[in-house]
Ligand binder design. Structure first.
Ligand code: OXD
Ligand code: MN
Length: 589
């Protein structure tokens, strides 16, 4: 399929190491994919679902001990430890290669090795980057087909270039104690062993498009971010684009596919989805920042997705989708998860493969169960989705899941203050990564698990990018928090489609069409400027509550931030961020 000597050598070396029975190059043809689907069905790796109700859809179950990203076993293997920085696990590359090669030695005996050429970004886009993933999993091939652009056309676009990421994955024996997700940014290489969970094994996604790409972006002058991208169309037909960073399982997919409330849709507002998880951002010819979504599908969290919370996501999963670790509804050979509707199937199998009785109170779908759905299925997919030059950004939003502290929305004072706002992001942990859930942790720019190099240098890179853009062309930077709770622990803000009301304020601020209240942390809306029309059960007093910036709480937060900065980064942190912290402390006096 290719004459590229570097690609051929990578495959040859991997064959010598893993010793598969045979090697199959993925050309991207439907014929080949169909054969693989049939094979996976025959072996039980995937279950074919009801062709009438869910055409082209399959169900897969991972091993019970392999259901989320494993941050504790994810490594950045740079030559110098300081280049991985204080927030990453570091492993000396020599030792890491040696251990990984010993695990991979003969790991594919009796198996087939698949070679997947893939492109992150539309093939031929100036943003696009090529990868080759080698794997022994058909599930990985079929997911990569949905999540990226694969096949012969990718090899053709690569030509004889050496500019591709080498990804080597093997399930080996799915041993938890020998599970490693390793990145070698200086070698453009990723090795993942003993896992079959998407975030650990679809190497185009977190491993390449965030960890390796963030490192490439630092060296090449662009940014790889854990951000959704959406376009808000106003009644005149103008579309403004926003990128937003939220930690895993904090509603990026829901915001990216938002359906505006009636008061907005009646006037002609629409929201278009460009991406729900990753943005690659670079300066365009006109001096503004442009973003593409390097992916080609959605790897979304299933539980909680329903007709009300996210009808567009649900519609995206109605054909050619792979479901992982959800409930198998045997009544009609479809799928179900908690929060889909109030009617759990009576005759069903849970995510572990056991007969499931909903009335016993145990969850049927894993909280991190997923759908892998093609982007083209999405009813609100932006017409700019394939635009090789991306979309121009008017605003950037950072946000977390915070029961208290952060107001519904605030605007930073300028670019560096915005970088500060991103750097102090904190959020309650979710089921997307293994470990405790609901614990507040600092997660700068939602990149804590995904920055492929020293995070202090990453902050410097953000500051540097700001300097390269004229002030009037820089996107304005905001922070949102949909998750403030009342005394009973219930969410105060309705969220979902009603987040449009906040996006509306954000865009008005970008256009200088609305005033704001200056607080110690930034600009907060005047209550009358958040449109509450048509919102039942939500009072102006509730809005006042969630827009409130409590000085004492923020004084404590500032102490927290200082500790975080000092403990993690000490004097490696850019001076600009310490200056911003000083300003915040001063404002809070
Ligand atoms: C994801 C994640 O899958 O962040 O997008 O875990
Ligand atoms: Mn994510």
């Amino acid at each position: 399929m290719t004459q590229n000597k570097k690609v051929l050598k990578f495959v040859d070396d991997s064959v010598k190491l893993c010793k598969p029975d045979n090697v199959v190059w993925i050309d991207g043809s439907e014929k080949q994919l169909d054969e693989l689907r049939a094979q996976a069905e025959k072996s039980g790796e995937m279950i074919k679902l009801n062709e009438k109700l869910l055409p082209g859809c399959y169900l897969h179950r991972t091993a019970v001990n392999d259901v989320a990203r494993v941050e504790g076993r994810t490594f950045i293997c740079s030559r110098k430890e300081k280049d991985a920085g204080p927030t990453n696990n570091w492993w000396n590359p020599k030792e890491a290669y040696s251990k990984l090669y010993s695990i991979l030695d003969g790991a594919m005996q009796g198996r087939t090795m698949y070679v997947i050429p893939f492109s992150m970004g539309a093939v031929g886009s100036p943003f696009a980057k090529v990868g080759i993933e080698i794997t022994d999993s058909i599930y990985v091939v079929l997911n990569m087909h949905i999540m990226t652009r694969i096949g012969q056309r990718v090899l053709d676009s690569l030509g004889n270039s050496n500019d591709f990421v080498r990804g080597l994955h093997s399930k080996v024996k799915l041993e938890e104690e020998n599970r490693y997700i390793c990145h070698f940014p200086e070698d453009n290489t990723i090795i993942s062993v003993n896992s079959g969970y998407g975030g650990n094994v679809l190497l185009g996604k977190k491993c390449f498009a965030l960890r390796i790409a963030s490192y490439q972006g630092k060296n090449e002058g662009w940014m790889a971010e854990h951000m959704l991208i959406l376009g808000v169309q106003n009644p005149e037909g103008d579309i403004k684009y926003i990128a937003a960073a939220f930690p895993s399982a904090c509603g990026k997919t829901n915001l990216a596919m938002l359906i505006p409330p009636k008061v907005y849709s009646d006037k002609g507002y629409k929201v278009w989805c460009v991406g729900d998880d990753i943005a690659w951002i670079r300066k365009g010819k006109d001096g503004r920042l442009y973003a593409i979504n390097p992916e080609n599908g959605f790897f979304g969290v299933a539980p909680g997705t329903n007709e009300k919370s996210n009808p567009n996501a649900l519609a995206s999963t109605r054909k050619n989708t792979i479901f992982t670790n959800v409930v198998h509804n045997l009544e009609n050979n479809t799928v179900w998860w908690e929060g889909l509707d109030k009617n759990p199937p009576k005759n069903a199998v849970d995510w572990k493969g056991n007969k499931w009785d909903a009335s016993k109170g145990e969850k049927g779908a894993h909280p991190n169960s997923r759908f892998t759905a093609p982007a083209v299925n999405c009813p609100c997919l932006s017409s700019e989705f394939e635009n090789p030059n991306g979309v121009p950004l008017s605003a950037i939003i950072f946000g977390g899941r915070r029961a208290k502290t952060a107001p519904l929305v605030y605007q930073s004072k300028d670019w560096n203050n915005g970088v500060f706002v991103g750097s102090i992001m904190a959020s309650e942990t979710t089921a997307a990564a293994s470990g405790a859930v609901g614990v507040v942790r600092h997660d700068p720019m939602a990149m804590l698990p995904f920055c492929g190099y020293n995070m202090a240098d990453y902050f410097k890179h953000w500051i540097k990018i700001g300097k390269t853009i004229d002030e009037d062309k820089r996107p304005k930077i905001f922070n949102t928090n949909w998750f403030r709770t009342d005394e009973k622990g219930d969410f105060i803000w309705p969220g979902f489609g009603d987040n449009m009301r906040v996006l509306d304020w954000i865009l008005k601020r970008c256009e200088g069409r609305v005033d704001a209240v200056e607080t110690p942390i930034g600009y907060v809306p005047k209550t009358e400027d958040i449109n509450l029309e048509g919102l039942t059960n939500f009072k102006k007093e509730d809005l006042e509550k969630i827009l409130n910036v409590d000085k004492q709480t923020w004084q404590e937060e500032a102490k927290e931030i200082e500790e975080f900065y000092q403990n993690k980064f000490k004097d490696t942190l850019p001076k600009e961020l310490y200056d911003e912290l000083d300003k915040l402390k001063e404002n809070l006096k």
